[in-house]
Write a protein that binds this ligand. Structure first.
Ligand code: MF3
Ligand code: CO
Ligand code: CO
Length: 279
């Protein structure tokens, strides 16, 4: 799948799809409480996507080569699950951390975003991991600009993560996105400045680092999708979708319920936020 560049019409389509993904996460947020099952969250998400947003759940039946069709409408990755956790009938319990990753298709355009949720009261270690992973994502986002290198993004994320004693999962990465769920380029969350491809205006990419408290190694569960840390340490992930512009970036997956943008993010660059609040 080659790199695609969005014209004005494509950018308009991606803005809508991105906003819908963010609003779907907003909708799910109050339901993420002890006792709810991830299957119940999946049903809520699919109903909202199809009946309220009049959009399509991209994960449902998604079948990239080498995979069986994904059976649900969202991914829910709990605790030591890194990504692609399949919703099930096990209730979430107080202290769990869960990544909810949603992708909607609206008028043919994909909107992809994920957030971490702490179920009830979380441990200090769990809260720290979720907060630092969110910051790591933003350290990558602020590097985005026409002419910047993909290696600049990866390096920023890796340096921040490892500087805080967290490890970066290597096997999964961000990606180009548009009329297809996964397009080129691959957006690695580790690397060296000035290496790999240069970004160009009109590209839309995701930045979605997966950071572990323990070692970086992962393994696949027997269901063919869910990925877990090999050492069973906690893992967190956040994902935004961004448009590359001549002067920087526009985050496409912001909504009223998005967490505050970190204070180190230049305000002008974050001006595409509906409410550009910083903390
Ligand atoms: N949303 C994931 C991503 O960010 C991909 C999930 S593929 C699925 O790229 F089939 F597991 F849903
Ligand atoms: Co993605
Ligand atoms: Co995603």
């Amino acid at each position: 799948m080659t790199i695609t560049y969005k014209d004005a019409e494509g950018i308009a389509g991606m803005r809508v799809a991105g906003r819908l993904a963010a609003e779907l996460l907003d909708y799910l947020t109050p339901f993420v409480k002890p006792g709810i099952t991830t299957n119940e969250l999946d049903k809520l998400a699919d109903d909202y996507t199809t009946q309220v947003q009049h959009a399509i759940s991209a994960p449902l039946n998604y079948a990239p080569s080498g995979h069986n069709p994904y059976p649900k409408s969202i991914c829910t990755s709990v605790n030591h699950q890194v990504c692609h956790g399949i919703p099930n009938d096990k209730p979430l319990k107080k202290g769990d951390i869960v990544n909810i990753d949603v992708t909607v298709i609206k008028d043919g355009w994909h909107g992809d975003s994920s957030r971490m949720f702490i179920v009830g009261e979380g441990s200090v270690a769990a809260k720290r991991l979720c907060a630092l992973t969110y910051e790591a994502m933003w350290h990558g986002i602020v590097k985005v600009k026409a002419g910047a290198y993909l290696g600049d993004i990866g390096h920023a994320i890796q340096t921040f993560a490892e500087g805080h004693g967290l490890s970066v999962v290597r096997e999964f990465c961000g990606h180009g996105i548009g009329r297809n769920f996964h397009e080129e380029p691959q957006v690695l969350h580790y690397g060296k400045p000035g290496t790999l491809d240069q970004l160009k205006a009109g590209m839309t990419i995701t930045i979605e680092p997966m950071l572990n408290i323990g070692r970086k190694e992962i393994k696949e569960l027997g269901d063919g999708w869910a990925i877990v840390t090999k050492d069973r340490s906690l893992s967190a992930q956040w994902e935004h979708m961004v448009l590359v512009t001549e002067t920087g970036y526009e985050v496409l997956t912001l909504s009223a319920g998005s967490p505050p943008i970190p204070a180190f993010v230049p305000v002008a660059a974050a001006a595409s936020a509906p409410s550009p609040t910083t903390v």
